[in-house]
Design a protein around this ligand. Sequence first.
Ligand SMILES: *[C@@H]1O[C@H](CO)[C@@H](O)[C@H](O)[C@H]1NC(C)=O
Ligand SMILES: *[C@@H]1O[C@H](CO)[C@@H](O)[C@H](O)[C@H]1NC(C)=O
Length: 575
Amino acid sequence: MLTRIDCFRIFAVIIFLGFTLITKSISSKPNFLLFLADDLGIGDIGCFGNNTLRTPNIDRLAKEGVKLTQHISASPLCTPSRAAFMTGRYPIRSGMDYSDAGRVIMWTAASSGLPPNETTFASILQQEGYTTGIIGKWHLGINCASCKDFCHHPNNHGFGYFYGMPFSMFGDCQPGSPSEYQQDFQSQLHFLQMLCVGMITLILVKFTKLLHINGKIILFSGIFVVLCSIACYAQYGFLRYWNCIVMRNQEMTEQPMDLERSAPQLVKEAHGFIERNKHVPFLLVVSFLHVHSPYITTKKFTGRSKHGLYGDNVEEMDYLVGSIVDAMEKAGLNTNTFMYFASDHGGHREINGGWNGIYKGGKAVAGWEGGIRVPGIIRWPGVIVADTVCDEPTSLMDIFPTVIHLGGGKLPTDRIIDGRNLMPLLKKQISHSEHEFLFHYCGRNLHAVRWHDKQSGAIWKAHFMTPVFFPEGSGNCYDTFICDCEGERVTHLNPPLLFELSSDPSEATPLYANPQYMEVIHHIQLAVTEHQKTISSVPQQLSYMNNRWKPWLQPCCGTFPFCVCHKDINVTSTI
Ligand SMILES: *[C@@H]1O[C@H](CO)[C@@H](O)[C@H](O)[C@H]1NC(C)=O
Ligand SMILES: *[C@@H]1O[C@H](CO)[C@@H](O)[C@H](O)[C@H]1NC(C)=O
């Protein structure tokens, strides 16, 4: 006969076992540490063949994990590529790509951004009990209708913690660096000039009495010209104050940001996040401001590399990767963590840096490999075999279903997800990538398509449109910072250009004379028709009107327009 006390003991033991089982299963959930570099070329990394830039920490991740040699971004520009990365969907599905010149978000005070009804992998992991954070660059919008609705903000997209730039590093953050807004500014100046000419004509006509003009018309048009000039100056004259800002969650901490402190601050934040959350499952995205121009680099790394300021900036970023991985090791989280490293798109060749190796084109060039083939590395000791290479086509969009699968969540079923779970491929349960086709968009225009024919193993790529390079063959586009997606500066190719990427990765020899040409193009065209049926019309986030500076959406530390602050200044440098 069991006594009451025995029953109690047995009961306690059962409870205890159950509890340990539950905590065990929670703690066996992997952590996620995802590094995303900005504008880094595939040819800038040691383990991808660069023998003069030193990137030992990134190389170590590859040595201990798998190197993805055909890792493809959904767009050659930041905003659309990041939207696709976060949602696992082509940016055209969320309205986050546009064929106009401003194909990235141009202002922190624009109403453009990742729509609130899009789901990021972070929001699904958050529902699964994960602590989630993003440190660094966001560039997917802040507000919709008022300066405090935060509808596009990381906190509203599944990231419990945000520290960094809601916008992006760019030339104008550093006084004296080349402006990236020159073109935009100039078109507004032309507009103002036209207004002034109109104004002067009105006055002349009035005083020469050629026509009778009411004095009020002159007065009102005068006021209009003055207001337009003030609005134009207010936008471009204070660019640094509007766009180069740092936030912690929804609080502004630096306006304008202190460039020197940005790197030390970023590692410090990453270390802090890891330390605070080492006992719970977490997802941390470290989205570097490196290696976007103007290449802000601390003293310790300046002048160290063999490739000028750009190289210094790459080497500093590598150091930051190492420092954050070390912090994971110290916290004992090394084995149970899925680590990922990639760049958002190809390197930016036009602004003195960024090397895309043998691949043609670069950032802002849509269809060619240089704009979209990026370094990709995944490391997960004990699960993924170390020092391996995967040459199959994979996409940045694959991180979405992979992370959700591993974190125990479910994929949304009310929308199309374009990414594929990478685990079966990485664990060698299947030998071919699940991507039969990848569509390479330039804004809303489909420029090229990649077909991985699993039977023959061939990787075909057809170009239907290509940007016109200037000078010819240079891989650069005219005077514009971004290649056009449609119009005069795009060549329509009919018949399409065809390449086979396994034998010709640098897309040097078009295969017009190949006996399979007709058959391959036909097959690709059928796939395009099927794909296009799945694209529905959605609000265009980057339309001209959405992508404007709207003073009422401007995050401001102080009373608008006097926006200045420098909080957290007592941070001691860890670099
Ligand atoms: C290494 O990277 C630098 C900087 O981008 C580039 O100039 C150089 O050509 C690269 N070297 C190789 C071998 O790819
Ligand atoms: C989000 O809302 C827009 C506008 O109402 C709609 O067109 C789109 O299909 C929605 N997206 C999703 C994923 O539900």
